[in-house]
Design a protein around this ligand. Structure first.
Ligand SMILES: *Cc1c(COP(=O)(O)O)cnc(C)c1O
Length: 377
């Protein structure tokens, strides 16, 4: 079976974890965490970063830092992972769901302005598949209406918008290092804080509402409870693992991009024949090869293709049931239909993509897709 995902190991994970164990310092914010912080800040121009135990955590921190309260409205795309909305629901915000573009799962930036009211506090954008949302339009709206921008960049490490790293553009950028992401540590995340007024409070929320960070820098002579917060920081074991991945990111990215290109080239003839639609990368965006997906003509075709692939040893998956229709939110939702979100829910299919996938496996997969359209269907 060709798995949908296999977590890639760079080779130094065990060595770095052993070294963390030998130091007898495996709680958070130690040497490995600091090393990851400085690499992220230098490589991607993030003003300040904090490792977290997940992207969900980083989103929760951004909700707390944005001071989201009951009655506030937060605009979130409907076609995304639960966490993009969950972090704000926990602070009792009302989620205003927005539709995707017609030809891309990203939020349709031209449909945001009518959703803004006097209660709107923030806009969450998700760079789906690591492909940038058209941020200039989002920034213009945020300036006009005084809104906070949160980039859910969970899938978007090492990707760019007009040359700017994703996650460095909004007030906050949140990343995931879950095992399905380009670089990973099982469960892990990162919060990039790009608006300096949030720096000090971010450190407090990160360490259980205490001013421990100031204490360790020698800025105060004792530390205590000064604010809300949680335990958002990962242990050094997680950071050590992540450092090994981060040091290999260029290699990982180059393998993933070449596999992505291979899929694209080998499936182009099926797109030309009208059987499916391949992903689009707008001029302002780069491709970080987080995901290779297809858009099919109907949910029936998708279901049949998944089962054809499965019976031929390939595990392909779909994801994201539109959040505005979810069991948890549908009663609370009072907005319009979001037809593009529903379209991607029904018609998008993800193919296996991970750094250990071989060229022969990609050819086998594209071969099975061709045989499905040309012989089976
Ligand atoms: C993976 C993902 C998340 C959640 O990441 P965790 O690290 O598992 O919390 C959130 N948003 C999007 C868009 C994702 O792809």
């Amino acid at each position: 079976m060709i798995d949908f995902n296999r977590p890639y190991l760079s080779g130094n994970e065990e060595k770095y974890i052993s070294s963390a164990l030998q130091r007898n310092k495996i709680s958070g914010n130690g040497e490995f965490t600091k090393k990851c912080h400085s690499i992220f800040e230098e490589k991607y121009d993030f003003k300040k970063v904090l490792l977290t135990t997940s992207c969900t955590d980083a989103l929760e921190m951004s909700a707390l830092l944005s001071d989201i309260k009951e009655g506030d409205e937060v605009i979130v795309p409907s076609y995304t992972f639960v966490s993009s909305a969950l972090a704000f629901i926990r602070e009792r915000a009302t989620i205003i769901f927005a539709d995707s573009c017609i030809n891309h799962p990203n939020i349709d930036v031209d449909q945001i302005e009518p959703l803004i009211t006097s209660k709107t506090k923030a806009i969450v954008v998700v760079h789906y598949a690591g492909v940038a949302v058209d941020m200039d339009k989002v920034i213009a709206l945020a300036q006009k209406y005084d809104l906070i921008i949160i980039e859910d960049a969970a899938q978007a490490i090492d990707s760019f918008y007009k040359g700017r790293p994703l996650g460095s553009i909004g007030d906050f950028g949140t990343f995931s290092f879950h095992e399905t992401k380009n670089i990973q540590c099982g469960e892990g995340g990162l919060l990039a804080i790009n608006t300096p007024k949030f720096n000090k409070r971010s450190e407090v929320l990160w360490e259980k509402g205490t001013n421990r960070a100031e204490f360790f820098r020698g800025e105060v002579n004792k530390y205590g409870w000064v604010d809300t917060g949680s335990s958002f920081l990962p242990s050094e074991i997680t950071s050590a693992y992540l450092l090994a991945q981060l040091e290999s990111i260029d290699k990982i990215q180059s393998i993933r991009k070449s596999l992505w290109e291979q899929y694209y080239n080998e499936l182009q003839q099926l797109e030309k024949a009208g059987y499916l639609t391949l992903p689009i990368i707008p001029d302002y965006a780069t491709n970080n090869a987080h995901m290779f997906y297809l858009i099919l003509d109907s949910i029936e075709t998708r279901t049949e293709l998944i089962s054809h692939l499965k019976s031929n040893g390939v595990h392909a998956v779909f994801h994201y049931l539109a959040l505005h229709k979810s069991p948890f939110y549908k009663e609370k939702y009072h907005g319009g239909d979001l037809p593009n979100s529903i379209k991607f829910e029904k018609q998008l299919l993800r193919l296996p993509l991970f750094a250990d996938l071989t060229n022969a496996e990609v050819s086998k997969i594209t071969g099975e897709i061709k045989s499905f359209f040309e012989n089976v269907k």
